[in-house]
Design a protein around this ligand. Sequence first.
Ligand code: ATP
Ligand code: MG
Length: 470
Amino acid sequence: MIPLSLAEVARVTGGQLAGVADPAVLVTGPVVIDSREAAPGSLFAALPGTRTDGHEFAAAAVQAGAVAVLATRPVGCPALVVPDVQAALGQLARAVVDRASNLTVIGITGSAGKTTTKDLTAQLLETLGPTIAPRESFNNEIGHPLTVLRVTDQTRFLVSELAARGAGHIAQLCQIAPPRLGAVLGVGLAHAGEFGGVEAIAQAKGELVAALPADGIAVLNADDHRVAAMAARTRARVVMFGRSATADVRAERVRADEAGRPGFTLTTPAGSAPVQLRLHGEHHVTNALAAAALAAQLSMPVAAIAAGLSAAVARSRWRMEVTKLPDGVTVVNDAYNANPDSVRAAIAALATMARGRRGFAVLGPMTELGDDADRLHAEIGADAAAADLAGLIVVGDAAEPILAGARAVPGWRGVLQHVPDAAAAVGALRGRLRDGDVVLVKASHSIHLERVALALTGELPLDGDTGSRT
Ligand SMILES: Nc1ncnc2c1ncn2[C@@H]1O[C@H](COP(=O)(O)OP(=O)(O)OP(=O)(O)O)[C@@H](O)[C@H]1O
Ligand SMILES: [Mg+2]
C-alpha cells in the first residue's frame, strides 16, 4: 500500500490513537483481517466474525509485526479506535486511491462472470503496467477495500470486482475507489430473492455507470437490453461490446472447439484479430469481449489483446475447470456457484464437449432465488433434458424440481436420479462412468458440490465413496 503514518490513518478514518507511542510510524501494508497474515508494517483490522471477534487476535497480529490495530475499543496494544472498522477500511482505501499518482481504476459488475472478466482484464493490463486485481471474488464491502489497499505508488491499473446484494452497494464500493472505466456484463437472476426481482438488479448494477465521471468510459453489453439501456444513466462515453452487429467491440464467427473452448474474430474500431480462448464455454465470449473493450480503451492494440486473451488462463478455481482423468472421463468442475444463467451456460458447454459422447450433469440447488426458485429449477431440468444429456443426477431436496422439469421433456431417455448429498452423487456416478464421458458438476457455493468433482479427480476422499468404478 501507499504508506501512511498512524496519524494520517487516524485523520482519514476519524479515529483516536490508543497506546500508540509514535504517531509518525508508517503503515506500509499489508492491511489484513486475519492476524495470521500480519507482517511487519501491517495494519490489522479487527472485524467481528461469525464465530470469533477479531479484537481477540489483536496481540497476535502485533506480535507478527502489525504496527497497529484498527479496532472499536482499546485492545492493550497500539490501536486506532474507530466507531466502525469496516467503514474505516473503506475510508483508508479511499485515502490510498487519492494519493496514487498514476492510477486508473476499472470496475466490473454483472450477475455472472465478474471474476472471470476481472481475471482476463488483469491478464491483459498486466502487459501494460503494474496491475492490482482482487484475490478470488474479493468484491464486497470488505474484500474491495482490502484489494484497494494493495495499491502502491507504482500501480498503474486497479481492476476491481464489484458485487451487490442490494441497492446502494455498488455506489458505495465506487466511492471507495472511484472507477474511470466501468463494465457491466449482464443482468440475471443471481440473488434475485434478496433484490426483489430482475429490474431491481438492473437498477443496482447500473450504479456503476452512474458513478463514472464525464471523462470516464462505460463498457456495456449490447446483447443484454437491460445493460444496454444503462447508457442513459451515465455521463461517461459509452462503448458497447457483444455479439450484436451494432456493438463497437464484437465477436464474429464464433465457434467452439471439441473441448467447448470458443474461438472468434475480435472486431474493434481499430481492427480485427483472431482469438482462441483457453476457457471452456461459449458464455466466456461475453467476458472476453468486456475485457477486450476495457483494454482497447486503455490503448492496447487489438493484436495484443487477441494474443493476450488467447493466452489467458482461468485464475480462479472451480469455474468450468476441466480435468481429463487417466481413464478417459472428463470432469468439468463448475461448482463455484450457480444461478439460472450460469447453469444454462454450463449445460450448453457440456453439450458441446460431449458431442458424440455421453454427457452427465450433477446439479445441486441454486440458492437465493426467492419465490421463483421451484420454477427456475424446473426450467433447468428441462434445459438439461433438451440438451440430450445421457444422465442427470440431482442433489438435495431444494433441487428436486429439476426432476419434474426433466421428466416433462418428451422423448428424453437419459438416466435421471435424485440423491441426498455429494457422497451419494459420487456413488451414483462411479458405476456408470466410462471412457469418453463428460461430467459437469454445478450448484450454489454453499452446497459445496465441488466435493463431487474433487472426489472424481482424486483430490478429495469422500465419506461413503467406496472408490470403486466399474
Ligand atoms: N457471461 C456469463 N454468462 C453466464 N454464466 C457465466 C458467465 N460468465 C461466467 N459464468 C459462469 O458463472 C459462474 C461464476 O463465474 P464468475 O466467478 O466469473 O462470476 P462472478 O460474477 O464473479 O460470481 P460471484 O458473484 O460468485 O462472485 C461460473 O460457473 C461461470 O462459468
Ligand atoms: Mg466473483
